[in-house]
Design a protein around this ligand. Structure first.
Ligand SMILES: [Zn+2]
Length: 366
């Protein structure tokens, strides 16, 4: 067992070292999938996978971090803490559950302080059938020039135009238009891609290999940036399947936890999204029964999160920007997805740990 604060790192490079050390100390089987691009500090970028439990386990729990790169500070801390947590590891082992930790689904974004991948793609909007015509998000197209104006910080006119749009259509419509996913603007926000990204391909290979013996798969995917600060919203991460959603609610409701929410019935703070990552489970592990959630931890206000993302995308399109401005944008983006206080880290770990115990309990009931 280590202290909660010790499990968290201030950079991707350090987080990766901590994860690999914790996995090795736990005797977990480790595989590293290198991106082949340098990290911000020259470090290797990789999606690292640690399996704690037998290769042929029929019950598999996946705990994954940094689907959205800048959210990886949180998820990595949870994973490192868990690998050092003897009580947790014994509980999973005794229940016959193998735990697969996937560290840095999007290592490039984690290292470089972006939410998106090296392809400027939102990984959690990238799991689409690219052989079919891509869904159109026309409202995003309307907002795109306002979201990413020529200059940053935005002018008073730009701020007034966005405020007027929100006034006319409502904050929820704004959130949906911006965050739902779009495939029309490759240099824009929440871009779903024009094909599977490196992380998409790599994750699918990991799921195929590690999920093929499983009869049941549970998945807890760690995110930040939505909802009340420090509160972990358990959002159903699967198709609009009433039976599966009811199962998730049996597993994760109770014990003082907030109820499992769904993007399909309006109970979640998240908008209805497209191209979500859980879709890969059904493709790669079709034999397994699947039950999964995104744990979405609140940080700062939604408006602040969106504005930090606008700034980051603006910077991506303006590499000539002043160094001081670039540094401010990066620092504000990090703070929008990681609240650097002991209290917040304590809340994160406590709620993740509870969800993990609940998942093991749920897996062993069936
Ligand atoms: Zn996220």
């Amino acid at each position: 067992m280590i202290g909660v604060n010790q499990a968290f790192s201030a950079s991707y490079a350090r987080a990766r070292i901590q994860f690999l050390e914790a996995a090795a100390a736990a005797g977990a089987a480790i595989q590293s999938h290198a991106v082949g691009l340098p990290g911000r500090d020259g470090e290797t970028l990789a999606m690292d996978v640690a399996r704690d439990g037998p290769a042929d386990a029929e019950r598999l729990l996946i705990v994954s971090s940094a689907c959205h790169g800048a959210e990886g500070y949180c998820g990595s801390g949870v994973q490192v803490f868990a690998l050092h947590d003897a009580d947790w590891r014994a509980q999973a082992r005794d229940a016959g559950v193998a735990v697969l930790y996937i560290h840095a689904l999007n290592p490039h974004g984690f290292s470089w302080g972006r939410r998106v991948t090296q392809e400027n793609v939102d990984l959690n909007r990238n799991f689409r059938d690219f052989s079919q015509p891509l869904a159109v998000n026309a409202t995003y197209g309307e907002l795109h020039p306002l979201l990413l104006p020529a200059q940053w910080p935005p002018s008073a006119e730009n701020e007034a135009a966005i405020a007027a749009w929100i006034e006319r259509h409502g904050m929820r419509a704004y959130q949906t238009a911006v965050s739902q996913g779009q495939c029309s603007h490759p240099d824009g926000m929440f871009f779903g891609g024009h094909g599977p990204t490196w992380s998409n391909h790599t994750l699918r290979a990991v799921l195929r290999e590690h999920g093929r013996a499983a009869r049941q798969v549970a998945w807890i995917d760690l995110h930040t940036g939505l909802g009340e600060c420090g509160l972990g919203e358990r959002i159903w991460a699967g198709s609009d399947d009433a039976e599966a959603i009811a199962r998730a609610r049996r597993w994760w409701d109770g014990g003082g936890a907030t109820p499992v929410t769904s993007i399909y019935d309006g109970s979640s703070t998240s908008a209805l999204l497209t191209g979500l990552m859980w879709g890969a489970i059904h493709d790669e592990c079709p034999q397994a029964s699947y039950t999964g959630i995104a744990m979405e931890y609140g940080t700062v206000s939604l408006e602040q999160v969106i504005n930090c993302l606008r700034a980051d995308h603006w910077l991506h399109r303006h590499p000539e920007a002043d160094a001081a401005l670039a540094q401010t944008i990066k620092a504000e983006l990090k703070a929008a997805f990681y609240v650097d206080t002991d209290a917040w880290r304590g809340q994160i770990v406590a709620q993740a740990r509870q969800s993990m115990f609940q998942a093991v309990q749920g897996l062993s009931q069936r």
